[in-house]
Design a protein around this ligand. Structure first.
Ligand SMILES: [Zn+2]
Ligand SMILES: [Zn+2]
Length: 169
């Protein structure tokens, strides 16, 4: 849970405040792949009361454990994600697209998790220029060459081979 204490701010339209937060957040579930945070997620946020909404803007950063899309090795990825969210101060629940402020605290974890999710690269690599796996024998080419003849093989085959290799073990 990552909470903003807005007890005072929600009663003073026009005011703003800066928040430095750190919290342990649950892992991201990206189409069934569980991606865990390494250490707390930090957020530096400017929070303002516009009279109608509490506006939250800033950045969240931290570390995630990802799998390299080329060599499949796990590595630590430093992320920084922009956070931009609004929470309605309307008493009647107001606009359905904007969550409302119901008490003295706003749980901003859902908004922060969503922005981290959006900031993730589609294909993360462990290092720039990762050599990936040999499509023939599945060897991690960052650890040395394998001697296979370089051929044009459907890259999907390497994933298949890797899966078959795991089954053998
Ligand atoms: Zn890699
Ligand atoms: Zn090979």
């Amino acid at each position: 849970m990552m909470r903003l204490d807005v007890a005072r701010l929600k009663r003073s339209p026009g005011d703003s405040a800066r928040y430095d937060l750190a919290a342990d957040l649950p892992p991201l579930d990206i189409s069934g792949e569980i991606i865990a945070f390494v250490g707390p997620v930090k957020a530096v946020l400017a929070v303002s009361n516009t009279g109608e909404v509490i506006e939250v803007e800033g950045t969240a950063d931290g570390k995630l454990e990802l799998s390299c899309s080329r060599c499949l090795k796990r590595f630590i990825y430093d992320f920084q994600a922009p956070v931009d969210e609004k929470y309605s101060l309307a008493q009647d629940g107001g606009n359905e697209e904007i969550p409302s402020v119901t008490g003295d605290f706003i749980d901003i974890a859902p908004a922060v998790l969503n922005s981290i999710y959006l900031a993730l690269p589609m294909k993360a690599v462990c290092v720039e220029g990762c050599q990936g796996l040999c499509p023939v024998c599945g060897r991690n080419l960052n650890e040395g060459r394998c001697g296979c003849a370089a051929e044009d093989i459907d890259p999907r085959m390497s994933v298949l081979k890797e899966l078959l290799k795991k089954d053998d073990n």
